[in-house]
Design a binder for this molecule. Structure first.
Ligand SMILES: NC(=O)c1ccc[n+]([C@@H]2O[C@H](COP(=O)([O-])OP(=O)(O)OC[C@H]3O[C@@H](n4cnc5c(N)ncnc54)[C@H](OP(=O)(O)O)[C@@H]3O)[C@@H](O)[C@H]2O)c1
Length: 431
């Protein structure tokens, strides 16, 4: 089936479903006049069965890049069911998907990570495309809309392949979808979701920094010190989103990255930038924070939590670090021995952070980006904030996409590429 045929089939299905439902209702009314209620109800059940059969026959054929038990190192492209949406869901025909660390980390580590995910499974958190079907309770999003969405298959509460991004048709939840402007390409749009959810959770969720949201007035009065937030790792995909959100919420943003990205993160809204590899950075940021109230820090990147703790311990204001990067070795473990060492290193890193936290009074907490789907952050960001911010150009999709190819079979290459490292770029596959 070509993509146009699939689009047509999906919209035919919706129209057809409505027609058959109407027929079923009028048939029920007619039946109620001349037959017993048992006859009418039996007949209604058989019409409903026939309807379901027709709907499933009309469903577009779907393909996915499967993470399989048999070949853990290579995603296998093959048929996947087309799943219709439930009341608060939407089905998107994906036009572009983006890679996140968690995708290839899960592939490399298999059952050693996110053990609730069983093979075969559809990974992928970031997608953009056209809406082909909407659930009964979805408002303000319609068939044909161009959207970006955070796909949630890997979330422990969801744990469902139909909601993975790495396929042609993904089921997404209506609180995690944004209608995008006509001028924004799908490739540019799909870089956003998991990074945005993670940044927004770290900044705004009540268990983390709990900052004012973009568009609200800052709590401070004109005579109080300027409020500033530290975003360590500003050129990461999460960092690019966090800088913009925090700046739009009215905070001064102090960030770190490699010198060749200083200018880029400044265009996103950072007011001061430092090199995270320079040993003078910690004392320099402490010095800069004199005369400001610090509202907290977001630690992104390996070994980012400890410098953030040191800075907050010596600054005026919040003593809270939202930890985005999990304490894990740079090299992903693939054997049981490596895993044992990695777990020991990770435990040791957590213990060190705990000891430093006790000594300095700075608290830390790990962020789970997909948790935005289950808190107020999801709809606040995707439904209330982002549509207008994108359309008005106050928020840009960042970092820029690096397109690895076209077609599901290129997702593996894109994941391998991301594993090798990127600098202020997001790996994307067009579909
Ligand atoms: N908790 C969650 O839910 C969640 C969700 C998404 C991502 N993450 C984690 O967040 C981190 C970033 O993910 P991402 O997808 O945003 O990354 P990414 O865009 O792929 O990261 C690439 C960037 O990392 C920067 N970088 C490398 N080492 C660094 C360090 N030690 N400190 C600060 N920056 C460093 C590089 O900056 P320069 O080129 O400027 O040197 C580069 O621009 C990863 O650890 C990922 O696992 C967590």
């Amino acid at each position: 089936m070509s993509s146009n045929q699939a689009d047509q089939a999906a919209s035919d299905q919706v129209v057809f479903t409505q027609d058959v439902s109407d027929m079923a209702l009028s048939h029920q009314a007619a039946s109620n006049e001349g037959t017993t209620s048992q006859d009418a109800s039996d007949e209604l059940v058989s019409i409903q069965d026939a309807l379901n059969q027709v709907v499933s026959n009309l469903a577009p054929s779907n393909l996915a890049a499967w993470f399989t038990a048999d070949s853990p190192q290579i995603l296998m492209v093959g048929p996947a069911p087309y799943t219709p949406p439930s009341a608060h869901q939407i089905v998107i025909k994906n036009a572009a998907v983006a890679i996140s660390t968690v995708d290839w980390a899960k592939q490399l580590m298999g059952s050693k990570m996110s053990s609730w995910i069983k093979h075969p499974f559809v990974l992928g958190n970031n997608c953009a495309g056209k809406v082909v079907q909407v659930g009964d309770m979805v408002s303000d999003i319609k068939i044909g809309d161009r959207v970006l969405a955070h796909a949630l298959s890997m979330d422990p509460v969801v744990n469902n392949s139909s909601e993975g991004a790495f396929q042609h048709y993904t089921v997404v939840r209506d609180n995690m979808v944004t209608v995008i402007p006509e001028w924004l390409s799908y490739e540019e749009a799909c870089v956003v979701p998991l990074s945005l959810s993670t940044a927004a959770t770290a900044l705004f969720q009540s268990e983390f920094l709990s900052l004012n949201r973009p568009g609200t007035t800052l709590r401070s009065n004109p005579n109080s010190l300027p409020e500033a937030v530290l975003i360590w790792g500003g050129s990461t995909s999460v960092g690019c989103n966090a800088i913009q959100l925090a700046a739009l919420a009215g905070y001064e943003v102090i960030t770190t990255c490699a010198p060749h990205n200083f200018e880029y993160v400044t265009t996103l809204g950072a007011s001061a930038v430092f090199d995270y590899l320079n040993e003078l950075t910690v004392p320099q940021i402490i010095h800069l924070f004199k005369g400001k109230t610090v509202v907290g820090a977001i630690a992104i990147g390996n070994d980012s939590t400890e410098p953030c703790m040191k800075i907050l311990a010596k600054s005026n204001g919040s003593k809270f670090v939202a930890q985005v990067t999990f304490p894990f070795p740079e090299k992903i473990p693939t054997t049981t021995y490596q895993l044992f060492r990695a777990k020991a290193a990770s435990k040791w890193s957590s213990i060190k952070i705990l000891i430093k936290s006790k000594r300095s009074g700075v608290k830390t907490k790990l962020v789970f980006g997909s948790s935005a789907a289950h808190t107020e952050v999801g709809s606040m960001i995707y439904r209330e904030f982002l549509p207008e911010a994108l359309a008005g150009g106050t928020f840009v999709t960042a970092p820029k996409p690096l397109i690895a190819g076209k077609g599901l079979e290129h997702i593996q290459k894109a994941m391998d590429w991301h594993l090798m490292g990127v600098s202020a770029r997001k790996l994307v596959v067009s579909l």
